[in-house]
Ligand binder design. Sequence first.
Ligand code: PLP
Length: 397
Amino acid sequence: MTISALMPVYPRCGTRPVRGEGCYLIGERGERYLDFASGIAVNLLGHGHPHYTKAVQDQVATLMHVSNLYGSPQGEAFAQRLVDNTFADTVFFTNSGAEAVECAIKTARRYHYANGNPERHTIITFSNAFHGRTLGTISATDQEKLREGFEPLLPGFAYAPFNDLEAAERLIDASTAGFLVEPIQGESGIRPATPEFLKGLRALADKHGLLLILDEVQSGVARTGTLYAYEQYGIVPDIMASAKGIGGGFPMGACLATEEAAKGMVPGTHGSTYGGNPLAMAAGQAVFDVILADGFLDHVKQMGERLRQTLEQMIPNHDTLFDSVRGTGLMLGLRLKVPSRDFVAHLRDHHGLLTVAAGDNVVRILPPLVIEEDHIAEFARKLSEGARSFTPSDDAA
Ligand SMILES: *Cc1c(COP(=O)(O)O)cnc(C)c1O
């Protein structure tokens, strides 16, 4: 037997975290890391946040799980909180981001079915998108590396270049159900949609009776300095997938929709054994207690500005390695002039700094939203030392 007990689908590195303290992770050998990866935009309150920890502990002792066969005071309360703070009228809770996107796709198809147009089933998605790893969500992206060997994929998707409104419009036909798009593409390298593009998709959806579905699994839950990124574009979606940060580390997601868009989601059409269980709801509520508190979103905006300025000021000093900074709030990308994977590993292994590699030579910088100025100063010191001691490998291209 040579296969590892953990199915070897991840190229895991040598860092083996066993404990978290605020914005730091501690490895198996006791080594400390400044965590500007946050479990890929998940641990937005850092590790061991007192309010979050207590809420989850109390709920474990009170009631962890019951079936969705029963009434859910916990689910009703958290769904109402999401409804009160977003475009949405109704929420379905999931266990992950991919499931939230799946629910969004199903909701869109059921909308047209309920309207007597079952032929309107095709969702237009965009190049370099990432929507998850289920068969449905890998079918929803044109990225070959996610799909290879998993064919046949699901029909019902068409692909246009990201930020190309005319190409999206050309794909609309009698089978189109709507658009599915990340306001800021995460995995492919922190690429923001242009305002004209998102506004244009909204206008096309309105003109043709289509649904605009946003995938805010990575950009949502205060990450960009507003509760959801769409607020900064001056548009509202019809359906939206949220996950990652929403549970603060507890596995959960949500599919939010307007009453009109959710008209086909009647009893019996969808479900999940765990989705929205009392423990998940306690985790989500604890996250929202913190991020909706007075001044928290301003804190994220301020820290995001400070971090961005710090990065921009560093570029001239490291101009053979650093190219540019992009993103919003605390969802930032540092674009390198070489592939980012080796540099991310170098920062981690030699400077105790965790970031995440992404497409397009980008180092993703996704700190906990509770960082303070001294964390940014420490980050800048480590990044600068890392850049000075780094030699890009010859085969890095
Ligand atoms: C991470 C991510 C997903 C998938 O979420 P999982 O919880 O891994 O299923 C979907 N969409 C976007 C934009 C993501 O960043």
